[in-house]
Write a protein that binds this ligand. Structure first.
Ligand code: ITT
Length: 198
């Protein structure tokens, strides 16, 4: 029986959401004391989630949950995709100075590249991996929506101010954390893993 889960992420926005998503399950959630430098692979989200979970599991020997996520925009050939966290610094599409922080620089670049695009559809995707001694579990969650013309709202993190989830007239950053977790890629992926664990 898994009673403790180490959540392997350095991203504080993810940490807050994962804590809240896992609240309804009978597991103690732990965070690592130090951040390990984990090299990303070349095969995409699932491989990256697996590599993070495995590295932390090997260091701490506690069942470890990691996720790799991002924003996929089909009219931008799938970018920012696996590069979502450092999109601003990617040569593809031109670099953006992180004067007001990385999240803002990522958003500025995205809005610049979306100028004049008719097709503003996008989706968030999260691949979650739970690594345990005798094997592992993985799941995928998605959240569909569109890219707004301007940032709105203060909640969430990352691209949330410019992402309008399907069925809402608000940006993801205008939803409460509970509302976001109900529909988010992360909420769906994590609840699936916890269902499988049961
Ligand atoms: P860890 O690897 O330590 O978990 P990270 O932020 O580098 O942290 P990822 O490589 O998975 O994690 O990158 C995810 C990026 O995708 C994140 O930094 C945001 O830019 C974006 N993203 C993912 N989920 C998001 C969400 O719910 N809201 C807004 N942006 C999100």
């Amino acid at each position: 029986m898994v009673r403790k889960i180490l959540v392997a992420t350095t991203n504080l926005g993810k940490r807050r959401e994962i804590l809240s998503i896992l609240k309804e399950y009978e597991v103690e959630v732990l965070f690592p004391e130090e951040d390990l430098k984990v090299e990303e692979g070349s095969c995409g989200f699932l491989e990256n989630a697996y590599l993070k979970a495995k590295a932390y599991y090997e260091a701490y020997k506690i069942p470890t949950l990691a996720e790799d996520s991002g924003l996929v925009v089909p009219s931008l050939e799938g970018y920012p995709g696996i590069y979502s966290s450092r999109f601003y610094n990617l040569e593809w599409g031109g670099r953006e100075e992180p004067k007001e922080g990385k999240d803002r620089a990522n958003i500025n670049k995205l809005l610049r590249l979306m100028e004049g695009k008719q097709d503003r559809r996008a989706y968030y995707v999260a691949f979650a991996v739970l690594f345990v001694e005798y094997g592992g579990l993985w799941s995928e969650g998605r959240c569909y929506g569109t890219i707004l013309q301007e940032p709105v709202g203060e909640g969430g993190f990352g691209y949330d101010p410019v992402f309008q989830p399907e069925g809402f007239q608000k940006s993801m950053a205008q939803l409460s954390m509970e509302e976001k977790n109900l529909i988010s890629h992360r909420g769906k992926a994590l609840r699936r893993i916890m269902q499988m664990l049961k």
